[in-house]
Write a protein that binds this ligand. Structure first.
Ligand code: SAH
Length: 310
């Protein structure tokens, strides 16, 4: 079973109360969703999205006790606005994005997410999408592959890794790739496997993860009721940076350069940042759930309209 990360912090910061409406954009095994539904008893509602049909099966079993208070949909959170419009839901009180890979996915050997198992190079969250990691590894031009490894994996030796991949094609399995990468790079901090960055980069590219995060954030603000909250848990710095910059930008009234005496952009703040610094799991959580160690939670609240008019 997937252990939800920063569970208590999510439940307390999203402030569930009876009658609230939530969207769990990454419902996964339904861990956070369970807590939100429980705390918004007896009539809070939750829409759970996931691109992984297996996750939705797990979530529907876990959340069955809440009966008609839960709606689960197969779809990307990048379609959040449309999903809400289809349901005729109007504004919601809380939105959660938990951007990691679930333990269920990491442990499903055949999905090829984990370096720990030898499997086909797949890495798709949504098995209905056409492109697998093996397609990128075996068909992309060397420079495009190197760019992916550099941008999405922050791999310093991206060119060497890409060259090694191209000259050893076809590469079929996770271990074949991991061994190859280990020959040209060294291990990272905390004894990280040398291929961790390559795997991260391929997963991000296969699932268009950064584009999806960029596109959901403005939709989330749009969907929130004044006073409603958006909580985002990221697991690597690329995602966290997107969230941090978005929160900073949307919590400022004017985005003109400081040298400009009069505002011409007319930008109006929509958010108040609730977590000045990202919330990290405590030592005891990291001990019981090592997968939580890189998690960072940021929460913002939609500004109430009275303040916006001032
Ligand atoms: N919070 C959940 C775990 C979420 S794990 C729990 O407590 O159980 C992250 C989930 O996000 C995975 O199930 C993954 O399939 C899903 N996911 C990844 N990209 C997505 C996207 N673009 N849209 C919706 N879900 C996505």
């Amino acid at each position: 079973m997937h252990q939800p990360v920063l569970y208590n912090q999510i439940i307390s910061l999203l402030q569930p109360r009876k009658g609230c409406k939530f969207v769990d954009c990454t419902v996964g095994g339904g861990g956070h969703a369970y807590g939100l539904l429980q705390a918004s008893s007896p009539d809070g509602l939750l829409l759970g999205l996931d691109v992984d049909p297996q996750a939705l099966i797990q979530a529907s079993q876990r959340l069955a006790v809440f009966e008609t208070r839960v709606i689960l949909r197969h779809g990307s959170y990048s379609t959040l606005g449309q999903q809400l419009a289809d349901l005729g839901w109007g504004e919601v009180d809380g939105i959660l994005l938990d951007l990691g890979v679930s333990s269920i996915q990491l442990d499903s050997i055949q999905r090829g997410f984990s370096l720990r198992h030898d499997a086909q190079l797949d890495m798709r969250f949504d098995p209905e999408t056409p492109l697998k990691a093996s397609d990128l590894v075996n068909h992309l031009p060397e420079n495009e592959l190197a760019n992916i490894l550099f941008r999405f994996g922050e791999e310093k030796r991206s060119r060497q890794v890409a060259r090694a991949i191209v000259s050893n094609r076809p590469i079929r399995t996770t271990w074949q790739l991991a061994d190859l990468v280990a020959k040209v790079t060294s291990s990272g901090k905390e004894g990280m496997h040398p291929a961790t960055r390559t795997f991260q980069a391929l997963r991000i590219a296969v699932n268009h993860e950064l584009e999806a995060v960029e596109s959901v954030l403005p939709q989330a603000i749009q969907a929130l009721a004044p006073g409603g909250r958006l909580a985002v848990i990221s697991f690597h710095s690329l995602e966290d940076r997107i969230v941090k910059r978005f929160f900073q930008r949307e919590s400022r009234d004017c985005l003109c350069p400081p040298t400009q005496p009069v505002c011409t952009c007319g930008h109006v703040a929509q958010l108040i940042i609730i977590t000045r610094k990202p919330v990290r799991p405590g030592e005891s959580e990291i001990k019981t759930n090592p997968r939580s160690r890189s998690a960072r939670l940021r929460v913002a609240e939609k500004i109430k309209s009275e303040r916006r008019i001032q």
